[in-house]
Design a protein around this ligand. Sequence first.
Ligand SMILES: [Zn+2]
Length: 268
Amino acid sequence: MSSKIVENIVWVILGILYLLTFRYEDSVVFLDVGQGDATLIQKGNVQMLVDGGPDDSVLYQLQKYMPMYDRRIEYVLLTHPHDDHLMGLLRVLERYEVGEILYYPVCYENENYEYLLQSYGNTRKVGAGDTIRLEDIEVKILWPVLKRDAVGCVKQFDGNLNNDSLVIQFEYMNKRFLLMGDIESNVETLLLTQQIVSSKYDILKAGHHCSKSSSSETFINIVSPSVAVCSVAKENSFGHPSSETLNIFSKYNVQYLLTYKEGNIQIK
Ligand SMILES: [Zn+2]
């Protein structure tokens, strides 16, 4: 046999082995996408991707959890239209068939955000009170409040786009998850005083890449997660994560995990 035929046979065998051995894992994965956020919620072959990180590194990470032949992601959710959450989602939308694009229609001038909204018809505006069903997982949106009858975009809450991040919670695998987007301390306080967030969570995706403007002591004390995830690149120019925030985690016995150290953080 010629070496070309042998090579082809080897590829076919490897392909069959891949098909036979690939298993979906029910899990939540905080993907290591550098300085940005991207979280995969997967139940069987059904997925929700919350944010996409700053570039196409999300595609590389997704391949580890989704087989090559699964080209469909049921939901993507954009917490807020900063590029470190948005750019990777645009790459995902080019490569995958996406069921619905969930977003909060905050006013913000960004050509990539405009491109997203103009290019795709399968967007859905969401806000506090909405629940997205992913198989039997109920993903609940806690923040921001969406005026249902508003026309056009919604004015920013306090002029800091981070505070217009969609905050979501869900229970999965007997754990309570709270994903804060880039929310900062003043909105954390508001979520506590309005009792929107009031009890213990197991896993916290801490706000704003664990900068000191988020994860206040009071908030961490009440949420009291077992694990806090900081989605950050090594030696980023923002100084994330802040040592003050990490000290608060330590003070309240919260184990903190950093994506640049751990790589993808898979909870299962
Ligand atoms: Zn961010």
